[in-house]
Design a protein around this ligand. Sequence first.
Ligand code: G6P
Ligand code: ZN
Length: 544
Amino acid sequence: MTTTVATTPFDGQMPGTSGLRKKVRVFQQPDYAENFIQSVFDVAERPAGSTLVIGGDGRFYNRTVIARAIQMAAANGYARVLVGQGGILSTPAASHVIRKYGASGGLILSASHNPGGPDEDFGIKYNIANGGPAPEAVTEAIYARTQTIDRWLMVEGGDAVDLDRIGTSHVGGMVVEVIDAVADYAALMEELFDFPAIRAAVASGALTMAFDAMHAVTGPYAREILEGRLGFPAGTVRNGVPLEDFGGHHPDPNLVHAAELYGLMMSPAAPTIGAASDGDGDRNLIIGRGVFITPSDSLAMLAANAHLAPAYAGGLKGIARSMPTSTAADKVAEALGIPAWETPTGWKFFGTLLDAGKATICGEESAGTGSDHVREKDGLWAVLLWLNILAVTGKPVMQIATEHWARFGRNYYARHDYEAIDTAKANVLMAALEASLPGLPGQSFGSLTVAAADQFAYVDPVDGSESRNQGVRVMFACGSRIVFRLSGTGTEGATLRVYLERYEAPDGRLAEETPAMLADLIAAAEAIAGIAAHTGRTAPDVVT
Ligand code: G6P
Ligand code: ZN
């Protein structure tokens, strides 16, 4: 029995960089999640007989929304829903399931690396049939629909689906299959990488690791793959049980929130590699013994060595990075004679390039790396490619890094975040910065002279769609760069991100400390943007 529930629009149901992300309390308002999901169903391309994939990162409120989404999918004419056991699917696993089973799309319930719990964050993201995040044209249509919506549909009975038991049941006329959340994904990883080589290196004791799952979704995936299939000893996966509140922590794999792992990797007891992933499993952190690999460097190093993994032995078609990501990957692309693409922040911009075969490997400074195997960034994929490279070369992470820098040069890099600043003040800062752009070229800040400055705009080379106002770039004559942009994923006020990058050529200073190498750029960023004057902040909240 289909029930039509009358509703009225909510303000602000605009998907950000990665879906609609709000406080749990906001989602708990009657009709709030329903309005958004119905808007997705109203605009999504979904031919008769379509399959919908549903899964989340296991955070608080996951099960409630999944139960409702199943009832709504049935009332909206989906033929089949595939849902991960326990309501769990990592974001990359969801992308794979959408592609493998030919679904018309999927709902991913996650607020990624943001904290979880009744007073924390929740999110809903829609992915399309290629397995990737909905492109802007679709998210804009969803938003427009949320502003006119007057009803949502459901059938009774979705509550009855036992999410914990693998098997098939029916809701209305729709088939609901609860699937093993890990099996398909683990099988895919085994196809891509040289598992026998990694297993042998682990068995010989040459390759050791610590993986921090941060009480988030990758726990079950990492246990099955790392401990189960690759033979790392039990306990290699730390914090491996997903918790609704991530144990009260930020499931954000960076040096601040994975401080314990970092401490271990800088200590004499460090294993060969330390790694972590985020709330929904799409981000990664890589730390070698005594060396943190920045996400931008990781992208470049993985691309330079990808041919050592079976899936990439035939070479790469191209490398794509988001604009604020350092240009280290461009140097690799140049050496390989393949295209380097620069896109706006947000994984969704890689989808067309991957679909068109223009890029094989993509990455972002925000700890995301991935390839054309799915249409999301993939935390464990990055970890496994690193393991593959370490196993085949027998070299420690430090050596891979130093040899890379000696060949391509080094891009010293850091991101400074100013969090939860007043939105109005942040907008004034960005407007003033934009207004100052025409006068910047030729100006000097200490030893740095501005060569060019602009507001980044992107025209998708595949579908021609345009995205403007994607961040301010200030390029210096020496090849250094500062980027300023406001985060599109925050749920409180505005977050200003300042990305600092300094290039040293192969014959330059390759073994220095990053903060010292960036000091001039930090001062220039303050002089150019007036961060303290606009926001009252004299130091960033987070440096990654
Ligand atoms: C999400 C997206 C990424 C993006 C990141 C940072 O993780 O999936 O593609 O790079 O957010 O976005 P922000 O707008 O907060 O800088
Ligand atoms: Zn994430």
